[in-house]
Structure formats: structure tokens, C-alpha cells
Design a binder for this molecule. Structure first.
Ligand code: SF4
Ligand code: FES
Length: 362
């Protein structure tokens, strides 16, 4: 636990074990400079990080990437997290989730599996993923249920698949999913580069919301729907506030309040040089936008400042070049036209432009 009474303990750790990935999704939120992250932490580093995270108060660990199954030491890392009493969630494309690996992870104590699919139909799913992978995903979902794990199916929504929500939900139900996350694309990393080809139209969104509302009443699964904030009046309370409840460790050991913050011009902090507790409490990157004192107007004097925390710092930086400005998604932001212009360009149903896939890395 942190000793500073002004700093809350983090609740969740996003452990980005690798940015290597066999898929090439154009909506990937991984950084554009993938080659700067090839010096990955080793298993002993990760076990030290997990131990320090647990001591800091972390309860949940999301093992993510890239594709975490590409790490041969994944069962060792899972076993360490499990031994520390952390709840472990594997966030995977399911490519590489064969029976042998699944049984190893079961024996290591993995608690939960989240499988991403790109669409309900093989050809569309494989096209979006940039790899023939649909059948393997279906097999992996069956295996998850057979081995007794809770299954979350995650679908990142965008202009090319948002019209398929009803069919995606049907597929998830047949797979025995306990929960479905329909998450509209967040525009960071590769998704930012491809934003104009990914942003859905207002008509697509209205139809999607109808389908979700009807499905929630009918289906036995939890259906989480994350709306695209470009169409919202107010921004999302990103990460529950900067360096408030979550932290991210990147493949090379950088510690960040959120996975997209590597793009911000802030001093780096690394688990190779300091403990997680020191970084969480004292580092400039964590303290840059903690609390409300950094806020400019209109946030500074706004009654919602402790509801949405001024929105997303990474989005503010991407859109304005200044991470300390009000998130332009907010209709009160002086930069709001940056968002309304993008929305106008996506309506009515502009033809999908060319997507730039993120490169495969194995
Ligand atoms: Fe949130 Fe700032 Fe907009 Fe107020 S002005 S709603 S605090 S983003
Ligand atoms: Fe970084 Fe929102 S993604 S603060």
C-alpha cells in the first residue's frame, strides 16, 4: 500500500507482456514505434513487478499485449501472479491457445480468459485481423468453456463491423460467453492513424444501440457496450482519473497511468530503475495530471470535474498537441470543433477509406 494519504492505491495492473502479435488489426492501440519495445522484461522482472504491485494494493492483473501467448514464460508469470493472490485475466486473440497451452495455464491458476474476435463471419473477421484466425478463435472459445473458465468475448467496433452486432452476440451466446464487451474503437496508436476509415456514422450507431438494448433484455450474458466518445456530449472518465486506480507496465518496463500515455511528452519511469511504489507515488509521469489542480478552464470551474476528470489526456494530446487541455470531446471545450469536424466527415456513411494495418510481429 502507498503511505501517502493523498494517493489512492491502484486496483488494477495492465501487464503488457509483449507488443508482438500475429494479427495486424488496423484499430490496434499499441504504439506506432513498435520497434522501440523489443527489449522485453524477463520472467524474473515480471515476477518482481507483480510482487510490488500486490504490495501496492493491486488486486487484478490483466495479462495483455500484443499477444501474451507469444511469451513462452506465460505459465510461469501466471503461476507467480496466482501465488501472490492476484486475480488474473488473459487478454488474447486466441491465436496460440491450443489444448496444451490452455492446460498449462489452467494448472498455473489463470482465473479468466478474454478472447477478441473481429466479426461473426470468417471472411470479414480474417480480413480485419489480417490473418486466417477465425476458426482458431471459435476452437479456443470452446476450450475456455471446456476447461471451466469464465469467458469474455471482446469485439472492437468500427465502421466495418458495427452492423454485425446481432450476429456477433449470437456467436458469443453459442460459444457460452459469460460476458460480451462491444467496445467502440478508441483512437490511439494505429487506430488514431486509421481514424477516418474507422469512425462509424451516426446512423450506424443508432442502429447498434437499438440492437444492444434489445439483446440486453433477451440474452443471459452481460452485454457491455462502450459508446464512441466522439459522439458524446461529455468525455469518458478515462481510467477513472489519471493515476488513480490503474497502472500499466509496457513490455520494456515503462510504467504509465494508461497504455496510450507513451505518446505523451512526459519523463519516463521504468521498473528497471525504481520500484512500482516509488513510481506510483512520486514520478512526474504519475503526478502530471493527478487530481484536479492541473486543470485549465472550463474544467477547473466545472461541476463535472470529479466525474469525468476532464476526459482523456491522451486524446487531448492527440487532438490538440497539449495533454493539459480539456478533452475536445467535451462540448464545452474550446477545441470541440476538432471532434465535430471528424464526425461530420464520417456522415452520412462516408465510404470506408484505406486502412493501414499494424505490422505483424512474431
Ligand atoms: Fe468534464 Fe471539463 Fe467538460 Fe466539465 S468542462 S464536462 S470537467 S471535460
Ligand atoms: Fe491515456 Fe485516456 S488513454 S488518459
Amino acid at each position: 500500500m502507498t503511505d501517502d494519504p493523498m494517493v489512492d492505491a491502484p486496483f488494477g495492473l495492465l501487464a503488457e507482456l509483449t507488443y508482438r502479435c500475429p494479427l495486424a488489426c488496423a484499430y490496434c492501440s499499441n504504439p506506432l514505434n513498435l520497434d522501440d519495445y523489443t527489449e522485453e522484461l524477463g520472467p524474473a522482472d515480471w515476477i518482481r513487478v507483480l510482487t510490488q504491485a500486490r504490495d501496492l494494493g493491486v488486486l487484478q492483473c490483466h495479462l495483455s499485449g500484443g499477444e501474451p501467448l507469444l511469451r513462452r514464460d506465460l505459465p510461469e508469470i501466471v503461476a507467480a501472479a496466482h501465488g501472490l493472490g492476484l486475480y488474473t485475466n488473459l487478454v488474447t486473440s486466441a491465436v496460440g491457445f491450443g489444448r496444451r497451452k490452455a492446460e498449462q495455464l489452467r494448472a498455473a491458476g489463470l482465473d479468466h480468459v478474454q478472447v477478441s474476435i473481429q466479426a461473426d463471419a470468417p471472411a470479414l473477421s480474417d480480413r480485419i485481423a489480417g490473418l486466417r484466425s477465425f476458426d482458431r478463435k471459435i476452437d479456443a472459445m470452446r476450450l475456455v468453456k471446456e476447461l471451466g473458465w469464465p469467458l469474455t468475448v471482446n469485439v472492437v467496433l468500427h465502421r466495418q463491423n458495427i452492423d454485425r452486432i446481432a450476429e456477433v452476440l449470437e456467436l458469443a451466446q453459442e460459444a457460452g460467453a459469460d460476458r460480451v464487451e462491444l467496445a467502440n474503437t478508441q483512437y490511439y496508436g494505429w487506430a488514431w492513424r486509421n481514424r477516418d476509415a474507422l469512425l462509424p456514422s451516426r446512423e450506424q450507431l443508432a442502429q447498434a444501440e437499438l440492437v444492444v438494448r434489445e439483446a440486453r433484455e433477451r440474452l443471459p450474458m452481460d452485454v457491455l457496450y462502450v459508446i464512441p466518445d466522439y459522439y458524446s456530449r461529455y468525455p469518458k472518465p478515462c481510467m477513472g482519473g489519471w493515476a488513480s486506480r490503474q497502472l500499466t507496465v509496457t513490455p520494456n518496463g515503462d510504467v504509465l497511468p494508461c497504455p496510450a500515455a507513451q505518446s505523451l511528452p512526459l519523463p519516463r519511469a521504468s521498473v528497471r530503475e525504481a520500484s512500482l511504489a516509488q513510481i506510483w507515488a512520486d514520478s512526474p509521469v504519475m503526478n502530471a495530471f493527478r487530481g484536479t489542480s492541473w486543470m485549465p478552464d472550463p474544467c477547473h470551474s466545472c461541476e463535472r470535474r470529479e466525474i469525468d476528470f476532464g476526459g482523456c489526456r491522451c486524446q487531448a494530446f492527440q487532438l490538440t498537441g497539449d495533454a493539459a487541455r480539456t478533452d475536445p470531446v467535451c462540448h464545452l471545450s474550446p477545441d470541440h470543433a476538432l471532434v465535430t469536424d471528424a464526425v461530420r466527415a464520417a456522415n452520412p456513411g462516408a465510404p470506408a477509406g484505406n486502412l493501414v494495418p499494424r505490422p505483424h510481429r512474431a
